[in-house]
Design a protein around this ligand. Structure first.
Ligand code: JFZ
Length: 477
């Protein structure tokens, strides 16, 4: 009886010819393009592999401390801390005069690190504008510094060949019209309509001022007020795309009409890439359902703005490099965050991290930039894999104690061609026979001392082996 029940379902699930299609509901404000975008701009974005995030704003002046006390939350949220009066925070801009700010220096550092793109905070939740917005006085134009920070960042990075995406928080603690809940009274409604117009104006101002940008990285979109504005947000997105056709916008921007965020009611991604993997990495590529994605990562546990004294563990270059490999092995971009101080200086610990990543990327970057995930070779214990054309890259983080790295290829898939270590020479490979499943095994002999200088990458040419005759008849068990 159990067999009779089990069989039909099993067959249906596995037989594509029997598949009647998934059930979807019609949505007016759902995903605009289920599945990945494959235009040139999106292909370019996907190929970056590594990006840089920069959080810079008035919170960089406080650096997680106020009047001798340390805030243990994310330093860019210090305004919401009970120990710092709002008025004190809201006057910080009067001191903003970053003598150490040199956008070209940041851009060189990012290029040396191997970043293909960067994301810069134009306006964080505090509402302070790092560009001279016409729509509010709370901008860099009214600081002692006066100059347009966003323009300098956009120009400097663009000149280094690094694409710029602009971070923009919809939630705005400075604007009286911002609400957390949908407006209830006429007065609230009027203020909220004003806020929506303000948001729209600022977004178009950014697009007008900095037409070179490649994307908008929206944040602060989780409150009921914005979530109930699915229609407005969708229309605004259409306008943005009409003005800037190749622009890249993540899944955090707008909800569907049921209040679903990131993924709509049908499970299709809202926007061009999955933005929900923040400080988080999927455990398998299946979790991404074929979508593009990025992983924004902090160097400390949490906290994106400058912190004078990190109150949590600070990741090592090794750990961050392994995340670059891990994200790329699942087709994602790893976007590492930096928090310059109020003077515009990158903290030395972050300069060091960027340099160490750069040292690794110079040798191994070809296994990251333009790489693709590997879906037809099973994950193996020594690390992560990426590929490019017929080149397979083995990113080694767990080096076997016997210095012999084993790779298993599925039956009738590939066998290795030339094998070498990136930045080093050819490696000896021996055919280690087959396992019971007739999968092919190969032993790669690592040189003494491999990995002494950090994680390494082995490049292996893949040779088609689909036509192989199995070596032996499987035993019947
Ligand atoms: C937001 C900000 O609040 C934070 O300050 C920083 O700018 C970061 C990049 O974005 O924080 C979030 C937003 C969304 C999630 C987590 C933290 N999320 O969806 O898990």
């Amino acid at each position: 009886m159990a067999l009779l029940v089990a069989v039909p379902f099993g067959v249906q699930a596995q037989n594509k010819d029997n598949f009647k299609g998934r059930v979807t509901i019609p949505l007016k404000h759902g995903s605009d393009h289920p599945g990945r975008r494959t235009d040139e701009a999106m292909n370019r974005w996907r190929s970056h592999g590594l990006g840089q995030f920069i959080h810079w704003g008035m919170y960089s002046i406080t650096g997680g401390e106020w009047k001798g006390k340390t805030y243990t939350g994310a330093s860019e949220w210090i305004r919401s801390w009970k120990d710092m009066p709002n008025a004190d925070y809201d006057n910080l801009y009067k001191q903003f005069n970053p003598k150490g700010f040199d956008a070209k220096k940041w851009a060189r550092m990012a290029r040396e690190m191997g970043a293909g793109y960067m994301v810069f905070t134009t306006k964080h939740h505090d509402g302070f504008c790092m560009w001279p917005s016409k729509y509010t006085d709370y901008t860099v134009a009214n600081t002692p510094y006066t100059k347009d920070v966003v323009k300098q960042v956009v120009d400097a990075y663009t000149a280094e060949g690094i694409d710029v995406h602009l971070y923009f928080s919809v939630m705005d603690w400075d604007q009286g019209g911002w609400l957390y809940q949908a407006p209830k009274t006429d007065e609230e409604r009027a203020k909220w309509e004003g806020f929506k117009e303000f948001t729209r104006n600022q977004i178009f101002e950014l697009l007008d001022n900095y037409p070179q940008i490649k994307g908008l990285w929206f944040d602060g979109t989780w409150d009921k007020s914005w979530v109930s504005e699915y229609e407005f947000a969708h229309e605004l997105e259409r306008e943005i795309r009409a003005k800037h056709p190749n622009i890249i916008i993540g899944s955090r921007y707008r909800p569907d009409e049921y209040g679903n965020r990131q993924y709509d009611a049908n499970g299709d991604l809202l926007g061009d890439y999955d933005q929900s993997w923040e400080r988080d990495i999927p455990t398998s590529i299946e979790q991404l359902c074929g979508n593009d994605w990025d992983c924004g990562m902090t160097i400390a546990e949490n906290g994106w703005g400058y912190t004078k004294k990190p109150t949590s563990y600070v990741k090592t270059p090794y750990e961050l490099i392994s995340m670059i490999s891990e994200c790329n092995s699942m087709g994602g971009n790893f976007v590492l965050n930096f928090g310059p101080d109020g003077n515009g200086t990158m903290p030395p610990r972050e300069v060091h991290i960027a340099a160490e990543i750069g040292r690794w990327m110079k040798i191994n970057g070809e296994a990251i930039r333009g790489s693709e995930p590997v879906t037809d070779i099973r994950k193996q214990g020594w690390g992560f894999m990426t590929k490019k054309g017929d080149k397979l890259y083995l990113h080694v983080y767990n080096k076997p104690l016997n210095n012999v790295l084993r790779i298993e290829f599925g039956r009738k898939t590939y066998v290795p061609g030339a094998v070498k270590m990136l930045g080093d020479g050819a490696l000896k490979v021996i055919d280690a026979g087959r396992n019971k499943r007739n999968n092919r095994l190969f032993n790669i002999h690592l040189p003494e001392g491999a990995g002494a200088d950090g994680p390494f990458v082995i490049e292996m040419e893949l040779v088609d082996n689909t036509g192989e005759n199995d070596a032996y008849q499987q035993a019947l068990t």
